[in-house]
Design a protein. Structure first.
Length: 394
């Protein structure tokens, strides 16, 4: 079952941040260049048009998993980087007209979104600079050329093999193109401008090599980081579960830990199993209908869609597990429930415990509940052996 699409508060707040910072940047540049009232009105319409296009593009790319490979991204990281780019754009407006490192915003934005989104935003920054503190056709041409090249290079920067070569290319581009367009505008060669060009190239290369790498790594790990945050002790839902029932919390914690380590053992996504094991019974914390309430709650909290899918496949009641992680979480939760019930009977021995694990898993497999999960027989046997030997089950 594909989780339904809902409006998320975090995403709305992120988009609102982008809107407000865009208007703030346009206003600051307009004030700095002393625009007339009619020019202010034109800037307003231009900004509104840009925002409509940008928000549509962001939503389109999100739905197509074009940003962080996650339709449930909240745009929080993008909004933060966009705000920094707006401040940076205002800062570079103080530099000489042709020597503004406009490649930097598009490089930063590419790291947390994609090259198309970054280029759209970067070109708007170029227009703002040209219409307020620029005034030269050659300056605008230079800005746009650097922005497009920055987007192209950023697309390839995700391949670590080429990163050092692309950094050198960014340095050369950031240094030489401003010199070229400056000469086309003035038809003069000024030794001082070479220092400006070198500085522009160095700064662009620095952001390419270091800042892009840091931002891209953070964006690539967005889903895993979110999953890990969701089981932290200070996470709101974890605190709420403790207040609701310590027994449920201890059960969720045990399933989460075992599922995570078992996933690492067999090569599944450990972070997904960690969060899936913890929240597998979330519907029961809320009340009937369990699955619907769990999915609705997950949507409202902007859970990653793979995790929401696991919740929608709870015990195969409505849909069979469709991923190995979903199947593993079901196995662990079912086994833990059976063994917790056995603990009330002190007469059960360790041998009986192992037999219960083998028998239960064999029954699940024979029932066909894992037929659509993609779990191979070899992986199933590894999971069974791991759970039989797992200390937390003792």
């Amino acid at each position: 079952m594909k989780p339904k699409e809902t409006i998320n508060l975090y995403r709305v707040l992120s988009l609102l941040t982008i809107v407000l910072t865009t208007f703030a940047l346009a206003a600051m540049l307009s004030v700095r260049s002393h625009l007339y009232p009619d020019e202010w009105l034109c800037m307003l319409f231009l900004t509104l048009l840009y925002l409509m296009i940008s928000i549509f593009e962001l939503e389109y790319e999100r739905r197509k998993k074009g940003i962080s490979a996650n339709t449930k991204t909240t745009f929080i990281r993008l909004a933060a980087v966009y705000t920094a780019c707006c401040l940076l754009t205002f800062g570079v407006s103080l530099l000489p007209e042709f020597y503004r490192p406009v490649m930097i915003p598009v490089i930063m934005l590419s790291a947390v979104s994609n090259s198309m989104v970054a280029m759209t935003m970067g070109l708007f920054f170029d227009l703002l600079l040209a219409l307020t503190v620029g005034g030269s056709f050659y300056a605008l041409a230079g800005y746009m050329t650097l922005t497009v090249l920055g987007a192209v290079l950023s697309h390839a920067l995700r391949e670590k093999t080429f990163r050092i070569y692309l950094t050198l290319l960014t340095f050369c581009t950031g240094m030489l193109l401003p010199e070229l367009f400056d000469y086309l505008s003035s038809k003069e060669i000024n030794p001082q401008t070479f220092l400006y060009g070198i500085s522009c190239g160095v700064v662009s290369a620095f952001f390419t090599q270091l800042v892009f790498s840091w931002l891209a790594k953070s964006a690539d790990n967005e889903i895993d980081n979110h999953l890990l945050d969701m089981v932290a002790e200070d996470y709101s839902e974890v605190k709420a579960l403790k207040d609701f029932s310590m027994a449920e919390y201890e059960h969720a914690h045990k399933v989460s830990d075992i599922a995570c380590r078992c996933a690492s053992h067999v090569g599944y996504r450990a972070s997904l199993c960690l969060a899936g094991g913890f929240y597998y019974r979330m519907g029961r914390w809320i009340g009937e209908p369990y699955i619907k309430n769990a999915v609705d709650k997950a949507e409202s909290l902007c859970f990653p869609e793979d995790l929401t899918l696991i919740l929608s496949e709870y015990y195969g009641e409505e849909h069979l597990p469709s991923s190995p992680e979903s199947a593993l979480v079901h196995m662990v939760d079912a086994i833990v429930i059976r063994l917790e019930a056995m603990e009330k009977d002190v007469g059960k021995s360790a041998w009986n415990r192992d037999m219960v694990i083998y028998q239960a898993l064999n029954e699940f497999s024979a029932s066909g509940i894992y037929d659509e999960s993609g779990v191979s027989m070899n992986q199933f046997l590894k999971i069974r052996e791991f759970l039989a030997e797992e200390e937390l089950l003792q």
